[in-house]
Design a protein around this ligand. Sequence first.
Ligand SMILES: Cc1ncc(COP(=O)(O)O)c(CNNC(=O)CNC(=O)c2ccccc2[N+](=O)[O-])c1O
Length: 387
Amino acid sequence: MKKETQIVSLGRDKKWTQGVINPPVVRASTMVFDTMEEMRFASKNKANGELFYGRRGGPTHFAFQAAISELEGGVGTALYPSGAAAISNALMSFLKAGDHLLMVDSAYEPTRALCDSLLAGFGVETTYYDPMIGAGIKDLIQDNTKVLFLESPGSITMEVQDVPTLSKIAHEHGIVVMLDNTWASPINSRPFDMGVDISIQAATKYIVGHSDVMMGTATANEAHWEQLRENSYLMGQCISPDDVYLASRGLRTLSVRMAQHEKNALQVANWLATRPEVDHLRHPAFESCPGHEFFKRDFTASNGLFSFVLKEGSSKALTALVENMKHFKMGFSWGGYESLILSVSGIDSIRTATTWDKSKPLIRLHIGLENPDDLIADLEAAFERFN
Ligand SMILES: Cc1ncc(COP(=O)(O)O)c(CNNC(=O)CNC(=O)c2ccccc2[N+](=O)[O-])c1O
């Protein structure tokens, strides 16, 4: 089945929908049983889609979990109140005091903060590595290394990692491989075909697609699903069926939205490449982006999120560039239908395994579903304010 057809049909089994098109919202904490036998059966099968208790979810959750598992290519998906919760629960489900974690240097900043504060406090040692390290990762592996965490492309600076090579080396040492796969969404890469054990999505972004739900998912392969599911349950992770309904609804248009985001973004990026103020683009589909060759090999398409680096720019000029835009808004997120702009500073101060030239300012764009001609006109006016 092609991914476009999967997007429309997955998670709509009649056992969850009762025949209506969208799996209905079933809100529940308590679920009741008529006999002790029924109760025993539900307890025995509480992790296998039998109604047991609100924290294990209900039909609305089961339908969405089945769809994401199939799309990502795993066997089971746990749901969380945010992408950050998916990351923290996945890591804490497989790490204990005395363990060592290999974390990509280009990780989403709050992921770094988790490692440097909470995990460090629990006695987990973190080593950050260069996203472009490839086979060199083997030199960082210790006897107590338990998890290798990737985020590809990396937040803000967009480096694409050689996931298959990194996964192969990790598995040679019995290390669990986790990938923050939010940029690809569940349709533009096959994480488990690349050797990933747990694929994480900030569903907040493209899956929901309308900037109105916070949600995370973590999908595991057979070998890691029970440990992820049960440890996440012990940490009390559960979410509202109303939010799941909205995420399911967003999922149905993921293919068409992603295709339009990609088309619009490429038009804007190609225009930016002609601007004299721009030093280079950090869009995975462009050769100027580190890991472009891995993007071509491992991804089926790009989307609306990319960054570009300016040759120079004072704080005053950057403020003039990003403020007073007609269509681009400043906001901490991406993946909705709207266009966003972020002037990112301080990258050099949060990277420890790589260096960043802070003399060249970075702007991250999320290209929404507006007409790209209007977006380009907006950026043209922005550069007039900038210069
Ligand atoms: C790849 C990836 N993975 C996980 C998450 C977290 O998802 P959540 O927002 O649902 O918790 C995200 C969220 N992304 N958010 C952004 O890129 C914008 N937010 C920020 O820039 C931000 C917000 C708060 C604190 C620090 C930052 N930051 O990245 O510098 C993500 O991009």
